[in-house]
Design a protein around this ligand. Structure first.
Ligand code: ADP
Ligand code: MG
Length: 356
Protein backbone atom coordinates (compact mmCIF):
# COMPACT_ATOMS: atom_id res chain seq x y z
CA UNK A 1 0.00 0.00 0.00
CA UNK A 2 1.20 3.52 -0.77
CA UNK A 3 2.41 5.30 2.36
CA UNK A 4 0.81 8.73 2.63
CA UNK A 5 2.31 11.03 5.23
CA UNK A 6 -0.33 12.20 7.70
CA UNK A 7 -1.82 15.66 7.33
CA UNK A 8 -2.70 15.73 11.04
CA UNK A 9 -0.87 14.16 13.96
CA UNK A 10 -2.17 14.18 17.50
CA UNK A 11 0.45 13.24 20.11
CA UNK A 12 -0.32 12.30 23.71
CA UNK A 13 -3.08 14.87 23.93
CA UNK A 14 -4.47 15.40 27.41
CA UNK A 15 -7.19 17.74 28.58
CA UNK A 16 -8.02 18.27 32.21
CA UNK A 17 -10.83 20.41 33.60
CA UNK A 18 -10.01 21.05 37.28
CA UNK A 19 -9.89 17.50 38.64
CA UNK A 20 -11.67 15.83 35.68
CA UNK A 21 -9.62 14.40 32.81
CA UNK A 22 -11.62 14.59 29.57
CA UNK A 23 -8.80 13.34 27.28
CA UNK A 24 -6.20 10.85 28.47
CA UNK A 25 -3.07 11.30 26.33
CA UNK A 26 -4.58 10.29 23.01
CA UNK A 27 -2.69 9.66 19.75
CA UNK A 28 -4.09 9.80 16.24
CA UNK A 29 -2.77 10.21 12.70
CA UNK A 30 -5.08 11.35 9.92
CA UNK A 31 -4.07 10.85 6.28
CA UNK A 32 -4.33 13.49 3.59
CA UNK A 33 -7.76 13.28 1.95
CA UNK A 34 -9.15 10.84 4.50
CA UNK A 35 -12.72 10.88 5.81
CA UNK A 36 -12.31 10.01 9.48
CA UNK A 37 -15.31 9.68 11.75
CA UNK A 38 -14.90 9.97 15.50
CA UNK A 39 -17.73 8.14 17.21
CA UNK A 40 -18.56 7.77 20.85
CA UNK A 41 -21.32 8.13 23.39
CA UNK A 42 -22.24 11.48 24.85
CA UNK A 43 -19.57 12.75 27.24
CA UNK A 44 -16.74 10.65 25.77
CA UNK A 45 -14.69 13.74 24.85
CA UNK A 46 -15.46 14.23 21.15
CA UNK A 47 -16.27 17.95 21.33
CA UNK A 48 -13.37 18.58 23.73
CA UNK A 49 -11.02 17.03 21.15
CA UNK A 50 -12.38 18.96 18.18
CA UNK A 51 -12.32 22.24 20.11
CA UNK A 52 -8.61 21.71 20.71
CA UNK A 53 -8.00 20.75 17.08
CA UNK A 54 -9.62 23.95 15.76
CA UNK A 55 -8.10 26.18 18.44
CA UNK A 56 -11.17 26.98 20.51
CA UNK A 57 -9.45 25.44 23.52
CA UNK A 58 -5.91 24.53 24.61
CA UNK A 59 -4.64 21.09 25.53
CA UNK A 60 -3.30 20.52 29.05
CA UNK A 61 -0.51 18.41 27.58
CA UNK A 62 0.56 16.90 24.27
CA UNK A 63 0.76 18.39 20.78
CA UNK A 64 -1.11 18.71 17.48
CA UNK A 65 0.74 18.87 14.19
CA UNK A 66 -0.59 19.94 10.81
CA UNK A 67 2.05 18.48 8.47
CA UNK A 68 5.30 20.04 9.79
CA UNK A 69 3.69 22.81 11.83
CA UNK A 70 2.83 22.46 15.46
CA UNK A 71 -0.61 24.10 15.60
CA UNK A 72 -1.81 23.71 19.17
CA UNK A 73 0.35 26.71 20.12
CA UNK A 74 -1.02 28.90 17.31
CA UNK A 75 -4.15 31.04 17.84
CA UNK A 76 -7.22 29.74 15.99
CA UNK A 77 -7.36 32.60 13.48
CA UNK A 78 -3.67 32.21 12.58
CA UNK A 79 -3.80 28.47 11.98
CA UNK A 80 -3.32 27.15 8.46
CA UNK A 81 -7.08 27.26 8.05
CA UNK A 82 -9.07 24.63 9.81
CA UNK A 83 -12.78 25.19 9.98
CA UNK A 84 -15.77 23.82 11.81
CA UNK A 85 -18.99 23.77 9.88
CA UNK A 86 -21.98 24.88 11.92
CA UNK A 87 -25.20 25.89 10.25
CA UNK A 88 -26.08 28.08 13.20
CA UNK A 89 -23.28 30.44 12.39
CA UNK A 90 -24.89 31.70 9.15
CA UNK A 91 -26.03 35.35 8.95
CA UNK A 92 -29.84 34.95 8.69
CA UNK A 93 -30.64 38.40 7.26
CA UNK A 94 -27.97 38.22 4.56
CA UNK A 95 -28.21 36.46 1.24
CA UNK A 96 -26.78 33.06 0.42
CA UNK A 97 -24.14 34.78 -1.72
CA UNK A 98 -23.09 37.14 1.08
CA UNK A 99 -22.77 34.24 3.46
CA UNK A 100 -20.63 32.16 1.14
CA UNK A 101 -18.45 35.14 0.24
CA UNK A 102 -17.81 36.13 3.84
CA UNK A 103 -14.44 34.35 4.17
CA UNK A 104 -13.36 35.66 0.77
CA UNK A 105 -14.25 39.21 1.75
CA UNK A 106 -12.18 38.84 4.94
CA UNK A 107 -9.23 37.95 2.73
CA UNK A 108 -9.77 40.95 0.48
CA UNK A 109 -10.74 38.98 -2.64
CA UNK A 110 -12.16 41.31 -5.35
CA UNK A 111 -15.94 41.45 -5.71
CA UNK A 112 -16.18 39.83 -9.15
CA UNK A 113 -13.86 36.98 -8.13
CA UNK A 114 -15.85 36.47 -4.93
CA UNK A 115 -19.08 36.13 -6.87
CA UNK A 116 -17.52 33.75 -9.38
CA UNK A 117 -16.26 31.52 -6.57
CA UNK A 118 -19.61 31.65 -4.73
CA UNK A 119 -21.42 30.54 -7.89
CA UNK A 120 -18.93 27.70 -8.33
CA UNK A 121 -19.55 26.61 -4.76
CA UNK A 122 -23.34 26.74 -5.26
CA UNK A 123 -22.83 24.43 -8.17
CA UNK A 124 -20.61 22.09 -6.13
CA UNK A 125 -23.28 21.90 -3.42
CA UNK A 126 -25.98 21.35 -6.08
CA UNK A 127 -27.85 24.54 -5.22
CA UNK A 128 -29.40 26.53 -8.12
CA UNK A 129 -27.51 29.68 -9.15
CA UNK A 130 -30.60 31.81 -8.34
CA UNK A 131 -29.99 31.02 -4.68
CA UNK A 132 -27.14 33.52 -4.77
CA UNK A 133 -29.68 36.31 -4.04
CA UNK A 134 -31.94 34.35 -1.72
CA UNK A 135 -32.00 35.23 1.96
CA UNK A 136 -30.93 32.60 4.50
CA UNK A 137 -34.28 32.98 6.30
CA UNK A 138 -36.01 31.76 3.12
CA UNK A 139 -33.92 28.57 2.90
CA UNK A 140 -35.03 25.21 4.23
CA UNK A 141 -33.01 23.31 6.84
CA UNK A 142 -31.26 21.22 4.22
CA UNK A 143 -30.45 24.25 2.06
CA UNK A 144 -28.97 26.05 5.05
CA UNK A 145 -26.70 23.07 5.69
CA UNK A 146 -25.51 23.24 2.09
CA UNK A 147 -24.87 27.00 2.32
CA UNK A 148 -22.91 26.46 5.54
CA UNK A 149 -20.85 23.83 3.76
CA UNK A 150 -20.27 26.11 0.78
CA UNK A 151 -19.06 28.81 3.14
CA UNK A 152 -16.77 26.41 4.97
CA UNK A 153 -15.28 25.42 1.62
CA UNK A 154 -14.84 29.09 0.68
CA UNK A 155 -12.20 29.28 3.44
CA UNK A 156 -10.36 26.64 1.42
CA UNK A 157 -9.36 24.85 4.62
CA UNK A 158 -6.74 22.11 4.85
CA UNK A 159 -9.13 20.06 6.95
CA UNK A 160 -12.88 20.33 7.44
CA UNK A 161 -14.09 19.56 10.94
CA UNK A 162 -17.69 18.64 11.70
CA UNK A 163 -19.26 18.29 15.12
CA UNK A 164 -22.56 16.43 14.81
CA UNK A 165 -23.81 18.70 12.00
CA UNK A 166 -26.85 16.59 11.14
CA UNK A 167 -28.09 15.66 14.60
CA UNK A 168 -30.85 18.29 14.65
CA UNK A 169 -32.32 17.31 11.26
CA UNK A 170 -35.14 14.89 10.58
CA UNK A 171 -34.36 11.36 9.48
CA UNK A 172 -34.89 11.66 5.73
CA UNK A 173 -32.94 14.87 5.38
CA UNK A 174 -30.13 13.40 7.45
CA UNK A 175 -29.94 10.37 5.15
CA UNK A 176 -29.80 12.61 2.08
CA UNK A 177 -27.13 14.87 3.53
CA UNK A 178 -25.02 11.91 4.69
CA UNK A 179 -24.72 10.79 1.10
CA UNK A 180 -24.14 14.34 -0.14
CA UNK A 181 -21.35 14.85 2.37
CA UNK A 182 -19.67 11.67 1.27
CA UNK A 183 -20.00 12.73 -2.33
CA UNK A 184 -18.65 16.19 -1.51
CA UNK A 185 -15.67 14.61 0.19
CA UNK A 186 -14.91 12.63 -2.94
CA UNK A 187 -15.28 15.62 -5.24
CA UNK A 188 -13.19 18.04 -3.14
CA UNK A 189 -10.49 15.56 -2.09
CA UNK A 190 -10.25 17.42 1.25
CA UNK A 191 -9.59 15.80 4.61
CA UNK A 192 -12.80 15.48 6.64
CA UNK A 193 -12.90 14.84 10.38
CA UNK A 194 -16.44 14.15 11.37
CA UNK A 195 -17.76 13.73 14.89
CA UNK A 196 -20.97 11.90 15.53
CA UNK A 197 -22.63 9.76 18.18
CA UNK A 198 -24.37 7.87 15.36
CA UNK A 199 -22.45 4.87 14.25
CA UNK A 200 -24.77 4.45 11.30
CA UNK A 201 -23.81 7.90 10.05
CA UNK A 202 -20.12 7.12 10.50
CA UNK A 203 -20.44 3.84 8.62
CA UNK A 204 -22.17 5.40 5.62
CA UNK A 205 -19.61 8.14 5.15
CA UNK A 206 -16.17 7.43 6.49
CA UNK A 207 -12.98 5.65 5.46
CA UNK A 208 -12.02 4.94 9.07
CA UNK A 209 -13.81 5.14 12.36
CA UNK A 210 -12.22 6.04 15.68
CA UNK A 211 -14.31 4.80 18.58
CA UNK A 212 -13.99 6.92 21.67
CA UNK A 213 -14.75 5.90 25.21
CA UNK A 214 -14.21 8.05 28.29
CA UNK A 215 -11.46 10.21 26.78
CA UNK A 216 -9.55 7.46 24.98
CA UNK A 217 -9.66 5.81 21.59
CA UNK A 218 -10.84 2.28 22.00
CA UNK A 219 -10.31 1.23 18.38
CA UNK A 220 -9.37 3.01 15.16
CA UNK A 221 -10.03 1.05 11.97
CA UNK A 222 -12.20 0.84 8.84
CA UNK A 223 -15.87 0.15 9.60
CA UNK A 224 -15.80 -3.46 8.32
CA UNK A 225 -12.89 -4.29 10.59
CA UNK A 226 -14.50 -2.73 13.64
CA UNK A 227 -17.65 -4.69 12.89
CA UNK A 228 -15.92 -8.01 12.27
CA UNK A 229 -13.08 -7.71 14.77
CA UNK A 230 -14.02 -5.45 17.68
CA UNK A 231 -11.24 -5.19 20.27
CA UNK A 232 -13.59 -5.00 23.23
CA UNK A 233 -17.13 -5.68 24.32
CA UNK A 234 -17.73 -1.93 24.37
CA UNK A 235 -16.88 -1.63 20.66
CA UNK A 236 -18.83 -4.77 19.76
CA UNK A 237 -21.93 -3.42 21.48
CA UNK A 238 -21.49 0.00 19.97
CA UNK A 239 -21.54 -1.60 16.52
CA UNK A 240 -25.00 -3.04 17.05
CA UNK A 241 -26.67 -6.01 18.67
CA UNK A 242 -24.31 -8.81 19.55
CA UNK A 243 -24.16 -11.97 21.66
CA UNK A 244 -21.25 -12.64 23.97
CA UNK A 245 -20.30 -16.16 24.81
CA UNK A 246 -17.96 -16.33 27.74
CA UNK A 247 -15.42 -19.10 27.17
CA UNK A 248 -15.02 -19.66 30.91
CA UNK A 249 -18.65 -20.84 30.90
CA UNK A 250 -17.60 -23.80 28.73
CA UNK A 251 -20.13 -26.57 28.20
CA UNK A 252 -23.11 -25.25 30.11
CA UNK A 253 -26.63 -26.59 29.89
CA UNK A 254 -27.96 -25.94 26.39
CA UNK A 255 -24.53 -25.02 25.03
CA UNK A 256 -22.49 -27.40 22.90
CA UNK A 257 -18.95 -26.79 21.72
CA UNK A 258 -17.84 -29.29 19.09
CA UNK A 259 -14.56 -31.20 19.64
CA UNK A 260 -13.15 -29.45 16.56
CA UNK A 261 -13.99 -26.01 18.05
CA UNK A 262 -12.50 -27.01 21.42
CA UNK A 263 -9.23 -27.91 19.74
CA UNK A 264 -9.23 -24.69 17.73
CA UNK A 265 -9.92 -22.56 20.79
CA UNK A 266 -7.22 -24.27 22.85
CA UNK A 267 -6.51 -22.33 26.00
CA UNK A 268 -8.07 -19.09 24.69
CA UNK A 269 -9.57 -16.92 27.38
CA UNK A 270 -12.19 -14.24 26.89
CA UNK A 271 -15.50 -13.94 25.11
CA UNK A 272 -16.67 -14.85 21.65
CA UNK A 273 -18.83 -12.26 19.93
CA UNK A 274 -21.54 -13.70 17.74
CA UNK A 275 -23.70 -11.39 15.62
CA UNK A 276 -27.41 -12.28 15.62
CA UNK A 277 -27.35 -12.80 11.83
CA UNK A 278 -24.40 -15.23 12.11
CA UNK A 279 -26.59 -17.74 13.92
CA UNK A 280 -28.62 -20.24 11.90
CA UNK A 281 -31.37 -22.52 13.06
CA UNK A 282 -30.24 -26.14 13.29
CA UNK A 283 -32.36 -29.15 12.39
CA UNK A 284 -32.17 -32.37 14.41
CA UNK A 285 -29.35 -33.85 12.26
CA UNK A 286 -27.36 -30.65 11.87
CA UNK A 287 -24.31 -29.68 13.86
CA UNK A 288 -22.16 -26.58 14.20
CA UNK A 289 -18.97 -25.59 16.05
CA UNK A 290 -21.08 -23.81 18.62
CA UNK A 291 -24.72 -24.57 19.24
CA UNK A 292 -27.23 -23.16 21.65
CA UNK A 293 -30.57 -24.49 22.69
CA UNK A 294 -33.27 -22.42 24.33
CA UNK A 295 -36.80 -21.10 24.28
CA UNK A 296 -38.05 -18.14 22.25
CA UNK A 297 -39.12 -15.37 24.62
CA UNK A 298 -39.70 -12.58 22.08
CA UNK A 299 -40.08 -12.20 18.35
CA UNK A 300 -39.75 -9.07 16.19
CA UNK A 301 -40.30 -8.57 12.50
CA UNK A 302 -37.48 -6.47 10.99
CA UNK A 303 -38.42 -6.02 7.35
CA UNK A 304 -36.89 -8.95 5.49
CA UNK A 305 -35.62 -10.57 8.71
CA UNK A 306 -37.09 -11.92 11.89
CA UNK A 307 -35.37 -11.46 15.22
CA UNK A 308 -35.80 -13.85 18.12
CA UNK A 309 -34.74 -13.45 21.69
CA UNK A 310 -34.14 -16.84 23.15
CA UNK A 311 -33.37 -17.83 26.70
CA UNK A 312 -30.91 -20.61 27.41
CA UNK A 313 -31.22 -22.97 30.35
CA UNK A 314 -28.45 -20.94 31.99
CA UNK A 315 -30.72 -17.88 31.92
CA UNK A 316 -28.55 -16.13 29.32
CA UNK A 317 -30.48 -14.39 26.55
CA UNK A 318 -29.35 -14.63 22.96
CA UNK A 319 -30.42 -12.63 19.94
CA UNK A 320 -30.95 -14.54 16.70
CA UNK A 321 -31.82 -13.07 13.33
CA UNK A 322 -32.94 -15.13 10.35
CA UNK A 323 -34.36 -14.33 6.94
CA UNK A 324 -38.14 -14.23 6.96
CA UNK A 325 -38.35 -17.28 4.73
CA UNK A 326 -36.45 -19.22 7.41
CA UNK A 327 -38.71 -18.08 10.24
CA UNK A 328 -39.44 -20.84 12.74
CA UNK A 329 -42.97 -21.96 13.38
CA UNK A 330 -44.29 -21.89 16.91
CA UNK A 331 -43.30 -18.37 17.93
CA UNK A 332 -42.93 -17.40 21.58
CA UNK A 333 -42.50 -20.42 23.85
CA UNK A 334 -41.14 -22.63 21.06
CA UNK A 335 -37.87 -24.48 21.50
CA UNK A 336 -35.04 -23.28 19.25
CA UNK A 337 -31.61 -24.68 18.45
CA UNK A 338 -29.22 -22.32 16.71
CA UNK A 339 -25.56 -22.51 15.87
CA UNK A 340 -22.63 -21.01 14.07
CA UNK A 341 -19.13 -21.98 13.06
CA UNK A 342 -16.09 -20.54 14.76
CA UNK A 343 -15.19 -18.50 11.69
CA UNK A 344 -18.37 -16.47 12.25
CA UNK A 345 -17.43 -15.74 15.85
CA UNK A 346 -14.76 -13.30 16.95
CA UNK A 347 -12.66 -13.73 20.05
CA UNK A 348 -12.24 -10.79 22.38
CA UNK A 349 -9.35 -11.67 24.59
CA UNK A 350 -9.80 -11.15 28.28
CA UNK A 351 -6.63 -9.12 28.73
CA UNK A 352 -7.69 -6.56 26.16
CA UNK A 353 -11.13 -6.01 27.58
CA UNK A 354 -9.83 -5.66 31.10
CA UNK A 355 -7.41 -2.97 29.96
CA UNK A 356 -10.16 -0.97 28.26
P1 ADP B 1 -18.95 14.68 23.81
O1 ADP B 1 -18.77 15.76 22.80
O2 ADP B 1 -18.30 13.39 23.43
O3 ADP B 1 -20.38 14.46 24.19
P2 ADP B 1 -17.50 16.49 25.56
O4 ADP B 1 -16.17 16.58 24.92
O5 ADP B 1 -18.42 17.64 25.35
O6 ADP B 1 -18.22 15.12 25.17
O7 ADP B 1 -17.30 16.30 27.12
C1 ADP B 1 -16.46 15.29 27.66
C2 ADP B 1 -16.44 15.43 29.17
O8 ADP B 1 -15.77 16.61 29.55
C3 ADP B 1 -17.84 15.49 29.78
O9 ADP B 1 -17.83 14.75 30.96
C4 ADP B 1 -18.01 16.97 30.06
O10 ADP B 1 -18.88 17.16 31.16
C5 ADP B 1 -16.60 17.42 30.36
N1 ADP B 1 -16.39 18.83 30.01
C6 ADP B 1 -16.45 19.35 28.77
N2 ADP B 1 -16.19 20.66 28.78
C7 ADP B 1 -15.98 20.99 30.08
C8 ADP B 1 -15.67 22.22 30.76
N3 ADP B 1 -15.51 23.37 30.11
N4 ADP B 1 -15.53 22.16 32.10
C9 ADP B 1 -15.65 21.00 32.79
N5 ADP B 1 -15.94 19.83 32.20
C10 ADP B 1 -16.11 19.81 30.87
MG1 MG C 1 -20.22 16.87 21.70
Amino acid sequence: MMQVSPILRINALTKTFDTFTALHGIDLNVSEGEFLAIVGPSGSGKTTLIRILVGMDEPSDGAVWLRDTRIDVIPANKRPTCMVFQSLALFPHRTVGQNIEFPLKLRGVARADRKARALELLDLLRLPQEYYDKRIQQCSGGEKQRVALARALAYDPEILFFDEPLSALDYRLRKTLEKELKDLHRRTGKTFIYITHSLEEAMVMSDRIAIMKAGRFEQIAPAEEIYARPVSKFVAEFMGEVNFFDLSAGDAAGVTISPRAKTALGAAKGALTIRPESLRTLGAQETADLSFEGVIVAEYLLGSRVQYRMELATGQEMIVEVLRENAVSGGIGARLIVGCDLKAAHLIEEAHDAAA
